[in-house]
Design a protein. Structure first.
Length: 244
């Protein structure tokens, strides 16, 4: 739902319990029961998977304490959660090894290894691409797009593997050693299922979508105030895609 719809729902919620908010969403036709259950399950699993990344810290587990009756509960399969959590930990460790420093910047490769005809970019990848500029660190790009370290590392790593971008030092920043390895020989970048995107406050919705050969339509890149993407390079890539 949009920020305006959220404000409207919260304004009508006298007691903001999970079940009451869910009922308001359903009555307003913003969601159905399946949507609510899926949202709760996704939020729960995201929280659990985050715990897998902890290397240290304190916690307290109360096996006999049950959620209150106003909470929405969903069943989960413990074995599947453990397997997926373990896989994510391994992926996270790989991403940290390949991209340990988020203070570095990116630039477009002069000679991409991948054929642009075979690349399908997701909405999130377009959002990152629109801010690629030696003046913008990876951390800054993640912050303006409301992405966590795992999300930005995964996107940057995919683009490095496809040979689309290279790491560089931010303009004016002290030079550091680039610890990441060069991208492997490019293969076809896997298409990512696109999900609806609600732009953050202060950003405009993307312009009408462009069609890429052999893949779904993707929105044109959007720039947010305060960070200037390398527009000339982006436009060259867009022009090449249009000519395919």
């Amino acid at each position: 739902i949009s920020a305006e719809q959220q404000k409207s729902i919260l304004a009508h919620a006298t007691v903001r319990t999970d079940k009451e908010l869910a009922l308001l969403l359903i009555n307003a036709s913003y969601a159905n029961q399946a949507d609510i259950v899926q949202a709760v399950r996704s939020h729960l699993l995201d929280t659990v998977y985050l715990l897998f990344t902890w290397n240290e810290g304190a916690f307290f587990f109360e096996p006999t304490v049950l959620p209150s009756v106003d909470r929405i509960t969903v069943p989960i399969h413990l074995e599947g959660v453990i397997m997926e959590g373990t896989r994510r930990v391994q992926e996270w460790e790989t991403l940290q090894d390949e991209l340990p420093d988020l203070d570095l910047a990116m630039r477009f490769s002069e000679r991409p290894n991948a054929n642009l005809r075979d690349i399908s970019l997701s909405v999130d990848e377009w959002r990152v691409i629109s801010f690629i500029n030696p003046r913008n660190s990876i951390k800054q790009i993640a912050d303006v797009n409301k992405m966590n370290d795992f999300q930005i590392r995964k996107i940057v790593y995919r683009m490095m593997q496809a040979g689309l971008v290279e790491l560089t030092h931010p303009e004016g920043a002290p030079r550091k050693r680039l610890l990441t390895r060069p991208p492997a020989p490019a293969t076809t970048a896997p298409a990512v299922e696109q999900a609806p995107w609600t732009p953050p406050v202060g950003m405009q919705r993307p312009a009408p979508a462009m069609a890429t050969a052999g893949g779904p339509s993707v929105p044109a890149p959007v720039a947010a105030p305060g960070m200037s993407p390398s527009r000339s390079v982006i436009m060259r890539i867009i022009d090449r895609i249009r000519q395919l």
